[in-house]
Design a protein around this ligand. Structure first.
Ligand SMILES: [Zn+2]
Length: 90
């Protein structure tokens, strides 16, 4: 999976901080620098929007018990993200 259009040095760092950003666990300064990068970088912005949306959908589904465990672990592995907050991916 290549993201060739998103090869600024800041992009990797921004995407790495994405989940912390979404969880609202970043300092104000770090949050501002990410928000600033997202302003200038449509690639990261779309990745960010997608993650935010996906996480929201998964949270609702988990609350309503609509998410099969196997599917969740596949999604977590795909995005290297601990969506259900159980401390592990997959
Ligand atoms: Zn970027």
């Amino acid at each position: 999976m290549a993201m060739e259009a998103c090869d600024e040095p800041d992009c990797a760092a921004t995407l790495k901080e994405l989940d912390v950003f979404l969880d609202d666990e970043l300092s104000d300064g770090a949050r501002q620098s990410i928000a600033h990068h997202l302003d200038d970088c449509p690639d990261c912005l779309s990745a960010f929007d997608f993650h935010a949306e996906l996480k929201q959908v998964i949270t609702v589904k988990l609350q309503n018990d609509e998410m099969p465990a196997g599917l969740l672990s596949r999604i977590e592995k795909c995005f290297s993200t601990d969506f259900d907050g159980d401390g592990k991916i997959g």
